[in-house]
Design a protein around this ligand. Sequence first.
Ligand code: SAM
Length: 220
Amino acid sequence: ADQQTWTSVDKYFDAALIGSDPVIVEVERASEKAGLPPISVSAAQGKFLHLLIRGARAQRILEVGTLGGHSAVWMARAIRSPGRIITFELDPLHAEVARAAVDQAGVGDLVEIRVGPAADGLAALVDEYPEPFDFVFIDADKASNAIYLDYAVRLGHPGTVIVVDNVVREGRVLHATDEGSEGVRRLVDMLANRNDVEAVAIQTVGERGYDGFILAVVGS
Ligand code: SAM
């Protein structure tokens, strides 16, 4: 099978299992109009995060890498009251587009967007000593994946679910030929050596190509 098939298969399942979702269509349109790169989760991946959160009955969500708010909207719609999301974004324009998107999607009061380098934002969050987070989605600069994973564990509790996106990178993870793949390999080394978090990597194909994610759960 090739890219065309993967995209068509996504379309087939999305039509049956997601259907038309004007809110999501509008979120994607706004990102495109603002010139943001087309690197958000797909609708299927967004719904996957949504269902994981519902299944775990997660209320406190952390996201690293907001972009235009696509994944944030999917996740916010899954939250049981009185939960919320804190999401970190480096680029002020991305944050602005995301702010408008989550407001327009009707979940604005559930989403707090913090602008700036996520590593600094996460360090500040640790100092705030918040209630632990139940679910973490790591999807920013891949070179910093291990740093973000470490913060996610510190800000979590036994049972916290962590998803790290784009860990396969069309197979480039095998050779560490780019900064992102090196970052994924550092993350994998860290996971292999820690006994306070268990993880697995799942390869995926679909409209976003050949990639994959790591699913981790805090607690030995
Ligand atoms: N999660 C988003 C979604 O699916 O809709 C996509 C996120 S996109 C793949 C990665 C985002 O991380 C970009 O918006 C980028 O500006 C942001 N980013 C890159 N480096 C960052 C950093 N050091 N701190 C915070 N955000 C960063």
